[in-house]
Design a protein around this ligand. Structure first.
Ligand code: ADP
Length: 252
């Protein structure tokens, strides 16, 4: 039962039906997925196909209607809310579209606090914070509070905070959404570096440049993983995704 898990994430037959969904529509209709330690997996697909739901279930922010979700070898779906919160804090870094930065803390404190809470030395926390902000083009912003930053800047601070403690698993929903080209490039470069350093990452993206950096791209449709592509192995993302992301012709 000890030692590093063979899989960082395992989903078996994961199904999600939201309360009140009319006609019993499933947000997820039986997803099987294994993410190996160190893998970068990108989830793509049209709006409403279940990408965010899958990310939330993997992150333990919600529970599946049926099926199993395992993170670092632990059954996330079987834990009580309190134990799930502990597993989340210990194992998962999140970058979601709502940024959740602490409004009355400076950028520096927002990023350093999670490190201090797990016992990092202040000097060490400061150093990692400075390095992360520098790589995200925010080296001179650390004294500001979140409301003094643009949405895109806050999003990058949230990424720095999520990575601060080297979580076993990083989950990111549209990490380059809302960003100008230069900022998106900084974020992608940081994700690539972290991935090269062994960080496991599962992200949702519409950005083909981000997808191209992934070991695997999961193309979702109607609550299912319809296709798996491997950009690094030469799969032509552009062509494969063009077909998938374009609405099917009526009656087809
Ligand atoms: P995506 O991230 O691919 O846009 P989502 O996972 O957000 O898709 O949504 C999948 C489906 O579940 C959609 O039909 C959406 O309307 C529905 N859905 C998502 N969140 C909720 C919720 N909290 N309550 C009810 N329905 C939801």
């Amino acid at each position: 039962m000890s030692g590093p898990p063979e899989a960082m994430v395992v989903c078996r037959g994961v199904t999600k039906r939201y309360e009140g969904a009319e006609d019993g529509t499933l947000a997820l209709a039986g997803v099987d997925l294994t993410v190996a330690p160190g893998e970068l997996v990108a989830i793509m697909g049209p709006s409403g196909c279940g990408k965010s739901t899958l990310l939330h279930l993997i992150g333990g922010l919600d529970t599946p209607t049926a099926g199993e979700v395992e993170v670092t070898g632990q059954r996330m779906d079987r834990l009580s809310e309190a134990r799930r919160a502990v597993l989340r804090r210990r194992s998962v870094g999140y970058v979601f579209q709502f940024f959740n930065l602490v409004a009355n803390l400076t950028v520096a404190d927002n990023i350093e606090l999670p490190m201090l809470l797990v016992g990092a030395a202040p000097a060490e926390a400061r150093e990692r914070r400075a390095a992360l902000l520098e790589r995200l083009g925010l080296g001179d912003q650390h004294r500001k509070v979140p409301s003094q930053l643009s949405g895109g800047q806050q999003q990058r601070v949230a990424l720095a905070r999520a990575l601060a403690n080297h979580p076993p698993l990083l989950l990111a929903d549209e990490p380059t959404g809302n960003l100008d080209t230069a900022s998106a490039r900084d974020v992608l470069a940081l994700l690539r570096d972290e991935h090269a350093g062994g960080q496991t990452i599962v992200l949702v993206t519409h950005d083909e440049r981000v997808a191209a950096a992934a070991d695997r791209v999961l193309a979702m449709e109607d609550g299912r993983i319809e296709r798996e592509l491997r950009p690094a192995a030469g799969d032509d993302l552009g062509r494969a995704l063009a077909g998938l992301l374009t609405p099917a012709p009526p009656g087809g």
